[in-house]
Design a protein around this ligand. Sequence first.
Ligand SMILES: Cc1ncc(COP(=O)(O)O)c(C=O)c1O
Ligand SMILES: N[C@@H](CCCC[NH3+])C(=O)O
Length: 443
Amino acid sequence: MYLHGTSKINNSGHLEIGGVDVVDLAEKFGTPLYIVDEALVRQRAREYVQAFNETGLKFQVAYASKAFSVKAMCVLAEQENLSLDVVSDGELYTAIQAGFPAERIHFHGNNKTVEEINMALEVGIGCFVVDNFIELHMLNDLAAKKDKVVNVLLRITPGVEAHTHDYISTGQQDSKFGFDLGNGSAREAVIQANELPQINLLGVHSHIGSQIFEVEGFRMAVEKVTQFAVAVRDEFGILFTVINVGGGFGIRYTEEDAPLPISQYVHAIADAIKTNFTAADYAWPEIWVEPGRSMVGDAGTTLYTVGTSKNIPNVRKYLAVDGGMTDNPRPALYQSKYEAILANRANEEATEVVSIAGKCCESGDMLIWDLNLPEANSGDLLAVFCTGAYNYAMASNYNRIRRPAVVFVKDGQADLVVERESLDDIVCNDVIPARLQKSSLAK
Ligand SMILES: Cc1ncc(COP(=O)(O)O)c(C=O)c1O
Ligand SMILES: N[C@@H](CCCC[NH3+])C(=O)O
């Protein structure tokens, strides 16, 4: 059994996270429950900041809030001196409501709306990561109406294919994101951005994919970006002062995963920047990164209550829990693998192999296939590890299932940061038009 961060098995044989017995958490907050190990999130943030401090480069570590965006997380990011990457008005609003400093917010997205851009202009965010020509001109026009000049990075697709799941590799040429480096559109974007009066071009952004375990892809991306920076300097005299290499740093979900220490990714990127820019006699730019998964992924644990089971002799035993693809769609989307234990009987020997099913009306609603566990009974607690990133963030109300609560645990204290949805929350946006109401139907 691999335990992340402050997780351990206590004297009662229960899983404990942040000094809190999860059996107590289940009693107090109910299940399913997302539990976030606050100390581990802070540790990850500090690993990034410390590693960058060692490089001597100017930097920003922008937490990719798409991984887990709630107000308490934005406060934590602020306290740890991170910047914030947002991709929608919802993520921006969450950050602003949490009091996150607007000037440290970077706005992403391949289809930002007029309303979203206006909102970002009004609150005065630090940087727009511009994805395409339509957005570039829209941003210039909207900024002109407010008499503002805005900082911009151009998102480019460097043509680097990360060795990861097809659906989450985004640096290759055939991608919906960004200006293509290979076909000249990135060059054209620089020319246009440079001519637009409200645009202050800082540099470029690239993101090669997610859950990446090697540094080679980042090195290659930096090399391509440097070549582009040099070409732009030599042709137009334009200098980039910021290079953003995105996120994608991998984490350990199961023993199959072998991520590198955060400092190794950081130093590889920094070294590549220094070497390439020095060789081109180019002043070192600031380096920005956007880690999401590696900031919060292994700090999250989802706690479920075991309900029913179905044994098909010589085939498989299914064990059903009170959540599923609604709180964790990743196994269904990406065939992602997770580790789990019986949290209230954590010291007991595994005696059988079971597959963990969710409660949705969907055969694909499986959380884990073939998990070794002690024989579980209804009422036992199952803890699934590494659910901090893209779980709450991607949760849905399919089957009108209520989204779970989220608690932060630290030093023996547990604090609710998101309340469990109520049945009233489920229907709160529903409207029955007058013509469908009972009185009109009766006519
Ligand atoms: C542009 C961009 N930045 C940052 C991230 C965060 O990636 P990760 O959570 O893998 O660090 C993503 C998602 O993959 C992204 O698309
Ligand atoms: N949502 C994906 C990765 C994020 C992609 C964002 N660009 C996951 O759960 O792994």
